[in-house]
Design a protein around this ligand. Sequence first.
Ligand code: 5AD
Length: 349
Amino acid sequence: MRNQEVIDRLEAGGYLEREEWAALLADFDESDRLYAAQKAVATANRYFGNRIYIRGLIEFTSYCKNDCYYCGLRRSNTRAARYRLTEEEILTCCETGYGLGFRTFVLQGGEDGGFSDERLCALIGAIKERWPDCALTLSVGEREADVYRRFYAAGADRYLLRHETADAAHYGRLHPPEMSPDHRIACLDTLKAIGYQTGCGFMVGSPGQTPETLAADMMLIGKLHPHMVGIGPFLPHKDTPFGRERAGSCELTLFLISLVRIMEKNVLLPATTALGTALPGGREAGILAGANVVMPNLSPAGIREKYALYDGKKCTGAEAAEGIDGLRERLRRLGYEVVSGRGDWKECK
Ligand code: 5AD
């Protein structure tokens, strides 16, 4: 009951203290989770009706100069398969995606020095010139403010940069010393100030995460008011320092998705690939917890398994862009309609 009263307060726009968040996340049961899910679905319905937005995810480079302890693409992983798509290959992905009904393309890649800022700007321009009715989202990590501005000027509309954890000590457990949580947050502030629809997010169950660090994540979201929030379970990758760690909880992931929806109302909230990988029917479960976005994989089929952030990452069926009709049908049976269209963030009414 205590938990459900806290959820009611969150729904009414109330502010939760860090201790209240931590207590809620440390000790909730199935009935609390379903209580939150029901409120989250009602909230999503109020702002988006039964519409689900789709984004085509193009994983255009697997090179990365960073060495995050959780990620299979970290530079120290000498076993990682590295590739970099050509401009032509990327445009072909967009063409395929456009035909399948996608009107948002997400260019995601590691922080790859081999793909210069100039090249990326030219690519952004080429995509927007050819498909002016589409939105373009970038997810290419931390860059200088000036570079973010140039990408925006070239036509990028949105930017995804997960903050990973809002707790500085926890950030230090997940990243090597050369990376800084303050810089990550500064990047998010900059992106928002430039005018990007901006997304943050975090993994659930990453090593060292506690109810208190999760409380900090929720409070960061409440303060930043991002346009999008990506949340998925941590899943180990065998060739990383966290290869023998346990995977994050899907129940907790779903609970957090619901709480973000209840708190941030009109935020764009994907049912992530990690959730789809960790849980059969995970995409559907995410939507039934309050998510309203799915991001199927639009990368060329031959390279998908190389973009291995974690072991077993799904890239077929509901996770694949060409499987969109199957996903559409499964969501239709749940009462949802997958819509074609940019699906921009909109101001609360
Ligand atoms: N498990 C789950 N998610 C991961 N990511 C990276 N590695 C993993 C992993 N092992 C997520 C990070 C990153 C996004 C692109 O993928 O949150 O921001």
